[in-house]
Design a protein around this ligand. Sequence first.
Ligand code: ZN
Length: 415
Amino acid sequence: MPFSRYFIFICCFIPSLVQAASVDLNQFKVSDNGDSTRVVMKLSGAVKYSIFTLKKPDRLVVDLKNINKKTHKITSSVKNPFIKFVRSGVRNHHDFRIVFDLKSKVKPKSFVLKPSKKNNMHRLVIDLSSYKSKREIIAKKKIKKQPKLKSLVIAIDAGHGGKDIGAQGYKGTLEKKVVFKIAKKLEALIKKQRGMKAVMIRNGDYFLKLKQRIAKARKYKADLFISIHADAFRNPQAKGASVYVLSRNSASSVAARWLADRENASDLIGGVSLGDKDNVLASVLMDMSQTATIEASLKLGNEVLSGLKNISRIHKRQVQKAGFVVLKSPDIPSILVETAFISNPGEERNLNNGTHQWRLAQAMMKGIARYFNENPIPGTYYAAKQLEIVVSDKLPTIARSLPKNMSFNEELVGN
Ligand SMILES: [Zn+2]
């Protein structure tokens, strides 16, 4: 006889004069509490009992000592998340065994309650909850303990903008325009990566001072800063891409300048306040931070340069060092990419070609991916080894998934 949420089994209560010491099982109740199930047995006296589980099939066995022989047999199916069926039998003439046929392994907890003002009977209470192996418990704890993973923030700086047109090609191509198109493509590629965010330092054709660019990257707590440019030279033969990082010499002067403003410097070195340090110590700390940043920039620069080598000619085979103001964040690894010579007619044509712009963006994306896979920042997906950044070679697929207002598709015809 099935029951819905709980069932009560009323046992016959026949006082026995012969076995005065025996206990009557008067009521047996199973109630489903969602995550757990409670079994309550109401007894006429204190009872000795034992409880254990059996495997294959999963069962829970409760042995009650010295139970009145006249106690009804229990045979019932139960509608319950843990229990399928309950049955009972007499053992050793005066013990009563109750067997719960289970749906899965359970973790039983039992206790007895003495008669109280509210309830005049002895009660044996058994709580059932789902069994979890030690491994499962540890895994669950680990998940709980795991802090929220931080997204990597890539600041993309399209060079120039507004009144500052940058360099100009023979056919009139403006550096500010082509580098913006490349920057937008890099942004699209970064947005496709899980655990990574892109910040466009300028998101349109307007002028921004170099220091404003750094300030924006720092405001968004960028993990990397990539400034995108196109080179120019009076000799139209000059060609190829190059990558720059901040030179050590200009870094020192930057450190000095940042130090002049203690307010600004205080939050630069991993929370170490410089306010109460003397000048020498402060400059050493500043220097260490700057050195680490330049080293990281150099690693990133090398990765991006090797990506560029695969798709275009290279102007300088090594990462170059220069004092570009835009690279002077003391705490953000920063590189400047000269994507090509806009002053070279062939490269000017390339810079205007959508497919080539995609290839450039992809080469940078691959460089960024390699950099983070090899130098993961703690607290990110890449450090947690939850994923590796994989960059596809398929450009048209990327183009198709772009938002409608970015109509790069036509530029990919013929690819
Ligand atoms: Zn430029």
